[in-house]
Design a protein around this ligand. Structure first.
Ligand code: CMP
Length: 149
């Protein structure tokens, strides 16, 4: 199975709750390796750029304001099926609909403050990883060799 890389952001609400370590343990227990990480204070301009895809959504302004309100912890996760595995660990976008035991069910309070972001596809992961970590290889060799991109 191809080794993938995906981008994960622990959002301001979860950073403030002091649960970075607990969330990292979940990645590690699921055999996802943290191969790069940095704590970042996003400006509104950074957040707007990162979430450009959502610019026409009614929640866009609140999302940008929230993401720039406090530090976030950003990491690249690597492992088998990293994109989908990470999304399973996160749970549904709305924590009220997230399955028990998922990160959002356990640490998030609302769809606006939902603890964590994760890339939704390999293609998005490539763009999002390059946004925060332009210096690292976006694709692992096996992903490139599989012709998935
Ligand atoms: P995230 O996975 O970071 O991607 C976009 C974010 O917009 C999402 O998590 C939510 O925090 C936020 N958001 C707010 N309202 C909605 C909504 N109705 N649907 C999807 N995302 C929403």
């Amino acid at each position: 199975m191809a080794i993938e890389r995906t981008l994960s952001i622990i959002k301001p609400d979860a950073v403030k709750k002091n649960v970075i370590g607990q969330i990292y343990s979940r990645f590690e227990n699921a055999r996802l390796k943290i191969i790069a990480a940095r704590m970042v204070c996003l400006s509104c301009a950074d957040a707007e750029k990162f979430y450009l895809l959502h610019k026409d959504q009614p929640f866009f302004r609140d999302l940008v304001k929230f993401m720039a309100s406090d530090p976030v912890m950003v990491q690249v996760l690597e492992g088998e099926r990293a994109v989908s595995k990470n999304r399973e660990l996160m749970g549904a976008t709305d924590p009220k609909k997230a399955e028990k035991g998922t990160i959002r069910a356990d640490f998030a309070v609302s769809i606006d403050c939902n603890a964590i972001h994760g890339s939704d596809s390999l293609k998005t992961a490539a763009v999002e990883i390059a946004f925060f970590f332009p210096q690292i290889d976006v694709y692992s060799q096996s992903v490139v060799a599989s012709g998935n991109i």
